[in-house]
Design a protein around this ligand. Structure first.
Ligand SMILES: [Zn+2]
Length: 243
């Protein structure tokens, strides 16, 4: 049976307390980083941003279509005006003038059709702009919600980081007080094999690690063991520290 100074054995319990705290901090930080609420908010924000970009693209397309429709109306209007001026000047044969008159009539109904089309495009622009305004508000709200959640999480991560540093420093101090490499190495080995707990106090007749009652024979052997004997729980194998 290995031996270690009783005070070193008792300090092992302090080391365990620090390691348990460090594990808890790591676990909490990992849970915060994987927060499903933030992941959902991130997803919502990305989706609303995509909708906003699509709405913006439709506004751009509709704007271009409107410019084209306006240009088409202008072109016909210019031709009508030019023909009208030629007609008013009265130059050319009467056949030419009749043809001009006829063309003006045709262009007039063409202009009317183009103006109807222009109106339809204007409605499309309005609808697109309304959708863009709405999705801009939605994207901004979703980004705001994400930002608020992230801010709270980051503040908590900063707190945990501070706690982590304090626990690490405290652990180093405790470790420095255990001048027994073999004991610490055994503790580390058991800790990694037993869910992060390598040492436990003997609480009456119970192991503080696995919480099982020791049988009377094992208990008697532990009580009879030399003070510097490193005893182990027969049930879980952890180091048992006697008070
Ligand atoms: Zn045990």
């Amino acid at each position: 049976m290995p031996t270690a100074r009783p005070d070193h054995q008792r300090r092992l319990l302090d080391l365990q307390a620090r390691d348990t705290a460090i594990d808890r901090i790591r676990h909490q930080a990992a849970a915060l980083r994987a927060d499903p609420e933030i992941a959902a908010a991130q997803e919502r924000s990305t989706a609303t941003q995509t909708r906003r970009e699509q709405a913006q693209a439709e506004v751009d397309d509709a704007g271009e279509a409107l410019a084209a429709a306006e240009h088409a109306v202008e072109q016909v209007a210019t031709r009508i005006q030019r023909n009208q001026q030629r007609l008013d000047a009265g130059t050319g044969s009467s056949k030419d003038l009749t043809a001009l008159q006829h063309e003006i009539g045709t262009l007039g109904s063409r202009r009317s059709d183009l103006e109807d089309a222009e109106l339809a495009v204007m409605e499309r622009v309005e609808t697109a702009q309304a959708a863009l305004d709405e999705s801009t508000v939605g994207a901004s709200e979703a980004a705001g919600a994400l930002g608020a959640l992230t801010e709270v999480r980051d503040a908590r991560l900063r707190d945990l980081s501070g706690e982590f540093e304090r626990e690490k420093a405290a652990r180093a101090e405790v470790l420095a007080g255990i001048d027994d490499a073999a004991l610490v190495s055994l503790y580390e080995k058991l800790r990694s094999a037993h869910d992060g707990v390598g040492v436990a106090p003997l609480q009456g007749s119970r192991c503080g690690g696995c919480m099982l009652e020791l049988n009377p024979k094992d208990l008697a052997a532990i009580r009879a063991a030399a003070e510097d004997a490193v005893v182990r729980c027969e049930e879980c194998g952890r180091i048992l520290v006697r008070a």
